[in-house]
Design a protein. Structure first.
Length: 382
């Protein structure tokens, strides 16, 4: 059984080629897994939810396969929390159908949907100990005292808090409180686990650690999970698939790598990560710019276009005497970020942002001349 270790330094993170931190270990590295036979499927079909004149969800549809973890990601007001709450039964819907294992639960109250939710604010009973917080939800389900004790001990051990069973919430750190909330949610053996920005109240190092641990538990248990986050790195690191939302609908859904490297719209390309706006001309399957040619992604325009290029797909080198003037720029900013460096290069009226491995940036100096070139990575032209 996987144990969540409370030591903050047990989880390391290294920056990946996208500039996001890629956790070492389970999260983000074990996309292929087999769901247990009893894992549940989820479908939200053509959901509409309005608040007066405001439409929070507009013909919203999402299918989650058994044992899959899906992240809802998007800007504030896009409808992601409304979708989560609608699935939980905490938000009425104006139209549409919600199915769990192909059974319509649209009209069922929250307590009959067999789901568990982990909130940002922990929502622990302050007057109860850690053990009592877990046993309380089991008691409501009329589980015997002996079985309650056994289940509680098992899940506290799973989250590495057996030694804190007699503590009250105010005696725990933020990360420990969230571990209690996760253990409490899993202890009732729900069909679906819902996570509503569960890490946003934690500091950066604990967030990285706990996101990996949540993913490890989800993989081990095989539970179907949906979580809402505004943190792109969190979504890309934890989820099997990421659904990017915009104005109450899903703009694009797919594997994290597909969402980042193969955006289908300008909104998704700009929302996920960073891009450089580089003028060019699209002909056939390629875009030609002053800094070189790149293949274009499906959905790109033809003719005059703005090519959206990721910073890590910009190559920079010290300028040689024979370099074309249009590709030469001056380094205006150099930010050391640990394993990577962010470099801003002024090429005439254009500011190009590049990201390079820190060890490769040692020769780059503020004010020095460099050449800029595009790597052969597909880009969206708009």
């Amino acid at each position: 059984m996987t144990t969540l270790n409370a030591a903050a330094n047990d989880t390391a993170a290294t920056a990946g080629p996208r500039g996001f931190a890629s956790p070492q270990g389970v999260a983000g590295s074990q996309r292929a897994h087999t769901a247990p036979a009893n894992a549940s499927s989820v479908e939200l079909r053509n959901i509409t939810r309005t608040f007066g004149a405001v439409t929070a969800l507009s013909d919203f549809s999402l299918t989650i396969e058994p044992g899959e973890m899906v992240a809802l990601l998007g800007p504030s007001g896009c409808g992601k929390t409304t979708a989560l709450r609608a699935l939980a039964g905490l938000e009425d819907i104006n139209a549409g159908t919600i199915l769990i294992d192909e059974r319509d639960v649209s009209d069922l109250p929250a307590y009959k949907r067999d789901m568990a939710m982990v909130f940002q604010a922990y929502s622990l009973m302050p007057h109860m100990t850690v053990r009592q917080n877990l046993e309380f939800v089991l008691k409501i389900r009329k589980i015997s005292a002996a079985e309650r004790a056994s289940i509680t001990e098992r899940y506290l051990d799973m989250v590495g808090l057996s030694g804190h069973a007699a503590h009250f919430p105010h005696q725990l750190s933020g990360g420990q409180r969230q571990r209690v909330a996760i253990a409490r949610a899993l202890a009732v053996n729900p069909k679906v686990l819902l996570l509503d920005e569960p890490l946003s109240a934690l500091d950066a190092k604990v967030r990285v650690q706990l996101r990996d641990e949540i993913r490890a538990l989800q993989l081990e248990s095989g539970i179907t999970a949906l979580f809402v986050t505004h943190d792109q790195e969190e979504a890309l690191a934890m989820a099997d698939r990421v659904a990017v939302m915009y104005q109450g609908k899903i703009a694009q859904i797919g594997a994290p790598q597909d969402i980042y490297e193969r955006p289908e719209s300008e909104f998704v390309a700009r929302f996920i990560g960073q891009v450089n706006d580089i003028s060019g001309t699209v002909s056939g399957q390629h875009a030609t710019t002053a800094f070189g040619s790149v293949p274009v992604l499906p959905g790109s325009v033809t003719g005059a276009a703005t090519v959206l290029v990721r910073p890590e797909n910009i190559a920079i080198e010290p300028a040689g005497s024979g370099a074309p003037a249009s590709t030469v720029g001056i380094i205006e900013q150099f930010n050391y970020l640990g394993s990577v460096a962010s470099v801003a290069v002024r090429c005439g009226d254009v500011l190009i942002n590049a990201q390079v491995p820190a060890r490769d940036g040692q020769h780059l100096v503020l004010g020095s001349a460099v050449t800029v070139a595009l790597r052969e990575a597909p880009a969206l032209a708009v």
